[in-house]
Design a protein around this ligand. Sequence first.
Ligand code: TYD
Length: 216
Amino acid sequence: MKGLFLTLEGIDGAGKSSHIDALEALFKAQGRQVTRTREPGGTPLAETLRGLILEQPMDALTESLLVFAARRDHVVRVIEPALARGDIVLCDRFTDATFAYQGAGRGFDPAVLRTLETWVQANPSGGLLQPDITIWFDLAPEIAAERLAGARVPDKFESQPVEFFRRVAAGYAARAKDAPRFVRIDADQSREAVWQQIEAALAERGLVASQSGGAP
Ligand code: TYD
């Protein structure tokens, strides 16, 4: 079977993480092998870099270089081998997050990010590794901030003001605009209704056999 690279994106508090278990179960129920992973992270080295990225203050170029260094290790050691085996790769965030957070959020030069993307995601056949499908949880930053408030100790990004997340959200919207791989999910709904949107989108693309209609 052909591998499938599926990513989950959205601003902090949009609720993407609460659907990963259900996605894994859905694909496994169809007899697929699932590699579940996240960014920054997914390998021992990349998880070490994640700790630095999420906790240490640094300029936007340093942050972008560390994010892409973590990504390179993750792509080479985990994502490409899993896709070559024919797995479904379920990845919590990928390069769209870099364009949204470092690019739009921090105002870093997207041309530099595109160069780094080309270096890090180039594959041996001359193409660029990109997700096959990106589930984008779209939620107003004010609502996401309410959901996050008091939930846990915020990391470096989660403690940014709502204005930062407005820019990040606009960054995601800009990236989704011309990319058919993006599936926009209206995340301002109950968890069950959000899940139904996800299942419907996957069924529509022929990625799951049929809709069970069940909630996670
Ligand atoms: P997140 O995926 O939300 O994990 P958790 O639910 O455990 O907090 O956190 C990762 C954070 O890293 C998130 O705030 C976005 C940020 N990030 C970037 O700034 N750039 C990137 O390229 C990636 C992948 C994440």
